[in-house]
Design a protein around this ligand. Structure first.
Ligand code: SAH
Length: 398
């Protein structure tokens, strides 16, 4: 497969030159080399259709000929915007939505923001689609608080989208007046709809607002969470910890098969989302805490709290020795480590396997075809748990 953006140093798909099957083999081999010594590595779970999987797009506005604006992405290692009309990774509905945004912005004579001079209005556009619900969110990031003729813009956008067969669910203006490469600013104004969209994943419904963290490949996220929950072997009696829980998706997916779920996450907005997600889904046995995972689990372990299963899904830098030590102290029967970096996974497994855990299996999942990223679900169990019955251990605090 070729892409004309590649020759222009887009940099978004470094593996595009390799057949998809060769990409999968390369990723599986890498996981085997890094974690194969701890236990068996299952074949990688690839996508049947590894294209247009991204449910989120961020476009940056730039000037085009004739005083108009265009939009696209920064070329690799530069601040030059490469105009993008279509992308092999993005949801095609979002390509069309972006086309409609450009048409409406040009009709309203909006000017792109100029980073160096600090002039102009439109900085970025963030688009999101709930692939299961078909709902589409448009977030227009502006450098100034006033979007002149906002009502006309919305009207033009809905009409331009409709022409392209797209129904826009909500439109939000986000104000980012700072000199920064961070996309979203602090202030937000809903211009149309409710300011969020809904999506469903593994049987749960999630409300996504502009800044909610959400996995970008919904097809493979269901594969990933399915493997994670399966590895936990829940019976309905377990106390489950979901560490680094984001908006609570893994814990909420597991909650129907557990006695109690406790989620811990550093990002406060994500924790608020997780609490809302539990409520909207009628999940009553899940609680979420905003805290550093290491600090939280160390305190819990010291206070004698127990968990039967610990899910952990840390960022690329992996977990910390102190977190892992506290896991060992809490002595869950199973640990399910979801990793987005097999190198830090291998490092963390070295500690867990020295302290009484064995790796039952590791399954790589290709969440990001054509890029170098690899996700792994690693199922561990406590060695001395053996064949013994685990009689629904109670949480220390009841
Ligand atoms: N399990 C979630 C999120 C995984 S991404 C999902 O599947 O969507 C990793 C998460 O770890 C992010 O939400 C990030 O905010 C969080 N995180 C990063 N450092 C952390 C820390 N020290 N303590 C707790 N959470 C942390």
């Amino acid at each position: 497969m070729d892409c004309k953006l590649k020759a222009k140093h887009c940099g978004g798909c470094p593996l595009l030159g390799l057949d998809y099957s060769a990409q999968l083999k390369q990723k599986e081999d890498k996981v085997r080399a890094l974690v194969g010594r701890y236990g068996p590595v299952d074949p990688i779970r690839g996508m049947a259709e590894p294209w247009h999987y991204r449910n989120k797009v961020i476009s940056t506005f730039a000037p085009a000929a004739g005083g108009k604006l265009t939009s696209g992405i920064y070329a690799a290692n530069s601040h030059k915007v490469l105009p993008v009309e279509s992308c092999l990774l993005q949801d095609e509905v979002l390509d069309k939505t972006m086309e409609a945004v450009r048409a409406a912005a040009n009709a309203c004579r909006y000017q792109p923001y100029n980073e160096d001079k600090g002039t102009g209005l439109l900085r970025h556009c963030l688009l999101r689609r709930g692939v299961a619900t078909g709902q589409v969110m448009v977030v227009l990031v502006t450098a100034q608080p006033v979007l002149p003729g906002a009502k006309n813009f919305v009207k033009a956008l809905l009409a331009e989208a409709e022409k392209r067969g797209v129904t826009v669910t909500t439109v939000v203006q986000n104000l980012n007046s700072r000199k920064t490469s961070v996309v979203l600013g602090e202030a937000e104004k809903v211009l149309y709809g409710k300011g969020y969209i809904l999506d469903t994943l593994c049987g749960r419904t999630y409300a996504l607002s502009p800044r909610s963290f959400y996995q970008v490949n919904p097809v493979q996220t269901e594969v990933l969470y399915g493997l994670a929950v399966e590895a936990a072997q829940l019976t309905g009696r377990e106390v489950v910890l979901d560490a680094y829980c984001g908006i609570g998706t893994i814990g909420l997916t597991a909650a129907g098969q557990a006695k109690q779920v406790v989620g811990v996450e550093l990002n406060r907005d994500a924790v608020q989302d997780a609490i809302g997600n539990a409520r909207h889904n009628g999940v009553k046995n899940a609680r979420f805490f905003a805290a550093d995972a290491t600090r939280w689990i160390s305190e819990a372990a010291q206070e004698g709290e127990r968990a039967d299963v610990i899910f952990m899904d840390p960022p690329r830098e992996g977990s910390t020795p102190q977190f892992l030590q506290s896991v060992v102290q809490m002595a869950p029967r199973r640990v399910v480590y979801v990793s987005c970096n097999p190198e830090t996974l291998a490092r963390d497994l070295a500690l867990l396997t020295q302290k009484g855990y064995r790796v039952d299996r590791s399954t790589p999942v290709d969440m990001f075809p054509h890029t170098e990223h690899i996700e792994v679900v690693c199922a561990l169990s406590r060695v001395d748990a053996g064949g013994k019955k685990h009689a629904g251990r109670r949480s220390g605090k009841g």
